[in-house]
Design a protein around this ligand. Structure first.
Ligand SMILES: [Zn+2]
Ligand SMILES: [Zn+2]
Length: 416
């Protein structure tokens, strides 16, 4: 990768800013950042309507020189910070929503809401972004242009970023320019605390749902020839889909197709009328994503037809591939080298197959997402509970790096 050969970065904006100063400023506010994160962690909220979270973020931004608007159809917050001189608008994004699952971390500040948990660390993203707003507000004089802080709900499936785009989060307002560049951070307990990782090109996969119902004919389990049993046919569909993945998809432009659920029947001696399979399709290019959707339709329909059955196929379109701009990813890596050094900066060789609705933002403007390592010190890599685990914990000390990285990226783009 080109980023591997990049020289150590100069200060953001070419000024005399020292990385130690920025990290110290972020470190000085870590207690406040942690307090906000823990408050949100105890009160996780789901999907697009996050009234408590929105109120707490507005409290955290109170008194800063920001122009704040809130979403019409969701609990989003857009806060603009103008530098002393006009210039481009850079967007920094943090997501705010939790997951519908129980928490089993045993933390003092564990979720107090039954069936909801901040298991993806969006509470940390929100708190870091609020911290970055405070840090950059104190450095308003260093900014040529505008920083737009985008706090969005609904990342975990509800598409809050798409709603925010429809509500004009990239638009020019109040005499400023439209957003021309965007940056986001996602924490990762899979990486050492404080490490920053990203890559140009595809960073995260598309994620679509597949639902197939194979319709046969019910009957007595002892006399299958009087019925038409959909269960072995549904199994054949699952196998044929895996054969498609391994035999028809270029290994260097991969797809993952997982059937996560298969359901049919009621008891041992009855052949049911139908069998259903549900799964997810991941790809890192639009081409393979389209081919996979077509393959599910074709394979399910024809395997069923081969057995005198019908398959009903539904594909639910999820998030597209998150594609980092190459130049933006290089800039983030250079900023990271300047801020935390070579050892804690990791150009990624491959994408990961999770998905993100930040994809909608970087479809519209160049930008990049980076991962921030949050594995607690002393925890072995294999022992660290990953994102979406009921036992996921993150090292809060890494949030100071996150605050400083948000700020450093903005200062690099908008430094005078
Ligand atoms: Zn998640
Ligand atoms: Zn997430």
């Amino acid at each position: 990768m080109t980023a591997d050969a990049a020289p150590p970065a100069a200060a953001p904006g070419g000024g005399d800013l020292e990385p130690g100063d920025l990290l110290a400023e972020a470190g000085a506010m870590l207690d406040d950042v942690v307090a906000l994160r823990r408050d949100l962690h105890m009160r996780p909220e789901l999907n697009l309507d996050l009234p408590h979270t929105q109120a707490r973020v507005l409290d955290a931004l109170d008194g800063l020189p920001l122009r704040i608007t809130t979403g019409q159809r969701q609990s989003s917050i857009v806060a603009d910070l103008d530098g002393d001189r006009p210039g481009p608008t850079v967007l920094l994004r943090g997501d705010m929503d939790a997951l519908p699952m129980p928490e089993d971390t045993g933390l003092d500040f564990a979720s107090q809401v039954d069936g909801a948990m901040h298991a993806c660390g969006h509470d940390a993203h929100t708190a870091m972004l609020a911290g970055a707003a405070r840090l950059l507000a104190a450095r308003q004089g260093d900014l040529v242009g505008r920083v737009r802080f985008m706090f969005q709900p609904g990342e975990e499936g509800a598409g809050g970023a798409a709603v925010a785009l429809r509500e004009g989060v990239l638009d020019a307002t109040d005499g400023g320019e439209s957003v021309s560049w965007a940056f986001a951070i996602h924490q990762s307990p899979s990486m050492p605390s404080g490490m920053v990782a990203t890559k140009g090109g595809p960073l995260l996969a598309s994620a679509d749902e597949l639902h197939v119902t194979v319709r046969g004919r019910g009957g007595h389990a002892s006399m299958p020839h009087y019925a038409n049993d959909p269960i072995p046919v549904a199994c054949e569909v699952v196998q044929a889909l895996q054969t498609w993945v391994t035999r028809r998809v270029d290994v260097f432009d991969p797809a993952v197709l997982t059937v996560g659920r298969i359901a049919a029947g009621t008891t041992t001696n009855v052949i049911p009328e139908s069998a259903r399979i549900d799964g997810t399709i991941r790809a890192v290019s639009a081409r393979v994503r389209d081919e996979a959707q077509a393959a599910v339709q074709r394979i399910a329909t024809h395997v069923a037809a081969a057995h005198d059955m019908v398959a009903e196929v539904e594909i639910v379109q999820g998030y597209p591939v998150t594609v980092n701009d190459e130049g933006a990813a290089d800039e983030v890596l250079a900023t990271s080298r300047w801020l935390v050094g070579e050892k804690l900066t990791a150009p990624m060789p491959t994408p990961v197959m999770g998905a993100e609705d930040f994809s909608y933002v970087v479809e519209r403007v160049p930008g990049a997402m980076a991962f921030l390592g949050t594995r607690p010190p002393g925890v072995a890599p294999a022992e660290a509970a990953p994102n979406h685990s009921n036992r996921m914990v993150l090292d809060e000390a890494a949030m100071a790096t996150g605050v400083a990285l948000y700020a450093a990226v903005a200062l690099r783009r908008l430094g005078g």
